[in-house]
Design a protein around this ligand. Sequence first.
Ligand SMILES: O=P(O)(O)O[C@H]1O[C@H](CO)[C@@H](O)[C@H]1O
Ligand SMILES: O=c1cc[nH]c(=O)[nH]1
Length: 259
Amino acid sequence: MKWKLPDDSTAPVITAEEHVKSRHIKKESCMLPETCVIFEIGMALKFVEANFKTITLLETLPCFLEGYECISIEGHEGVCFTRGGYGAPAAVDTLETVRALGVKRVIVVGMCGGFSDSINVCNVLIPHKILCEEGTSFHYFDNIEFVEPDRSLYNKGRAYFSNAFEVLTDDAVTSDAFYRQTYAKEAKWREKGCVAVDMESSALLSVSKYYSIPAVSILLCSDKHPLSENDVKWDWGNLGFKETREEFVRQSVNFALQL
Ligand SMILES: O=P(O)(O)O[C@H]1O[C@H](CO)[C@@H](O)[C@H]1O
Ligand SMILES: O=c1cc[nH]c(=O)[nH]1
């Protein structure tokens, strides 16, 4: 895929910096703190509001697509929390928007589907590198296969989450097409060293890299894929998954606050 023109020095027609001040936005925005946790988990913001003393910074993040609330925690005004859109283009819209509002460091907290013997539901995966099988990255880089997280955030994440979870650091893949994860496709991903799939991480890491923003992706394994057509059929979560996901969100908040 060669979608990014190799010698294109022209500016984008719409930039997030211009968009957040445009007529497309109903309310004026404020600048955000340097560190942003982007949750790719639907229940996360509500859980944070119910379990921490939060401050609403923005009721709606001024994204081009749908934007969610952006909050911080009393006494920790250097970190903000929002929900990213689902899928690579919407997630990158969130990233571009928080960057336009001053964010300089990003922690992605999401979920992944495991497709290897080595990973189980409720494990935490902090991928060493992520295979880009989504389209968004290829508009920022003309040649990219695997993208890596910021080494310091990756090391800190490994150390921190190991206190509460079984942590894996194998590679992952981000795909646009969750209904096209065929058995043969997942076998090919395993051959490349990947153990799990999500829908946003590689795009968020590659666009962070494009802007020199340190970023890491921290994923809770939400479902285990059958490895062959004879295995037990696919299903979501497990018996304790709801409570584990809540603990994962709580630990993600605490991780970001102590950085
Ligand atoms: O909205 P929640 O329940 O977090 O789930 C989201 O996460 C899954 C993919 O990670 C999809 O099912 C999507 O709906
Ligand atoms: O993107 C995702 C997330 C969880 N499980 C999957 O199979 N894919």
